[in-house]
Design a protein around this ligand. Structure first.
Ligand code: ADP
Ligand code: MG
Length: 332
């Protein structure tokens, strides 16, 4: 039977029983109770048709991605994701779309024990807005402002595949069908590094000094850590983790750009003192994620760039500054 009203739509697609909320979907507000000794981490992210996804995007992937990008923010804070709110603006009621979208959303929510506790549903141009609430033991959150001179700079997984996929879809680069399938997965179905965020918060606070998730490109996002921490950084291009697919394109400008500044990776970039190397590697192992040390935190120096990328023979890459500025910014 077709949905007959906004409330029917909410009930059918977005109302699920909640175990951890005091009150979920259905009242004027949800009620949640934070555990004693914790702080709440709260964040919001919007996906807009035409800006973040194509008009014909697969709805199940969209449902997944709308939540995944928020889970990634929780991962970057070292927070345990708990509750989500979904504000949906829809041009029309398309039930097969809603069915697939909610399926993608709920499947990922279930995997991470996140409960959908409320939202809003309106008519207009397609816009998907998710608020997420997580918990972190008091004082233990991973923040952007703690990087110290001498720290190692680490990154999880591999970088640049999502940007390579986008370049291929836009016909700026040619990939074979097998390659395209692999990198498209990274673009459409990002896997947030929640387990790594939790493992990193679990090692002593002095061992992980800062963290951010890489959503707008490594150089741009690492730039936020540098700015908040008042430090500079040296990166080694040859150390940057790339997939075998992207590795085949690293001589090209598009390949380099994807690795250094490609958006939508949803990996974690974090800093830790050198003495914590073994602890960092052990935490990553527990989280079953590869982490790679890609450079070091340096002192800021007047007249010098805060972020310098060195190529394999040790000379600064001229293009890196230009590439840094290519990090995604909606208002530039
Ligand atoms: P109000 O008029 O008080 O804003 P709504 O009619 O917008 O309430 O929503 C009714 C209930 O359904 C609320 O509990 C709200 O949180 C929930 N809700 C509305 N839209 C969604 C959605 N897309 N996903 C989850 N919950 C929703
Ligand atoms: Mg409302």
């Amino acid at each position: 039977m077709a949905v007959s009203s906004e409330f029917d739509l909410i009930r059918r697609y977005f109302t699920r029983s909640t175990r951890s909320a005091v009150l979920g979907v259905g009242d004027d507000a949800a009620l949640i109770r934070a555990n004693a000794g914790t702080e709440l981490a709260i964040s919001i992210d919007t996906l807009v048709e035409g800006t973040h996804f194509f008009a014909n995007a697969d709805p199940q992937s969209l449902g997944h991605k709308a939540l995944a990008v928020n889970l990634s923010d929780m991962a970057a804070m070292g927070a345990t994701p708990r509750w989500a709110l979904l504000a949906l603006t829809l041009p029309r009621v398309n039930e097969s779309w809603l069915k697939e979208f909610s399926r993608g959303f709920h499947a990922l929510a279930k995997r991470y024990n996140v409960e959908l506790i409320g939202g809003d549903t309106t008519r207009g141009a397609l816009n998907i807005n998710v608020t997420i609430v997580g918990e972190v033991p008091t004082g233990k959150a991973l923040r952007r402002d703690g990087a110290r001179v001498g720290d190692d700079i680490w990154v999880s997984g591999t970088l640049g595949d999502a940007a390579l996929a986008l370049a291929a879809i836009q016909k700026r680069v040619k990939l074979n069908a097998d390659e395209l399938k692999k990198v498209e997965q990274r673009l459409h179905k990002p896997q947030p590094r929640v387990a790594l965020g939790l493992a990193l918060r679990g090692i002593a606070r002095s061992c992980v000094t800062s963290a951010i998730d890489v959503s707008d490109g490594l150089l741009a996002d690492l730039g936020h850590i540098l700015e908040r921490s008042h430090v500079a950084a040296h990166l080694e291009f040859a150390q940057m983790p790339a997939s075998t697919t992207l590795s085949r394109h690293l001589r090209t400008k598009i390949g380099k750009q994807a690795l250094l500044a490609g958006g939508d990776d949803y990996e974690l970039c974090f800093t830790a003192p050198c003495r914590a190397r073994d602890k960092v590697l052990a935490a990553a192992k527990r989280a079953k994620v590869k982490v790679t040390c890609i450079g070091s935190i340096e002192k800021q120096q007047r007249g010098w760039d805060d972020l310098v990328v060195f190529d394999a023979d040790g000379s600064p890459m001229k293009s890196a500054m230009k590439i840094q500025n290519a990090g995604y910014d909606h208002f530039r």
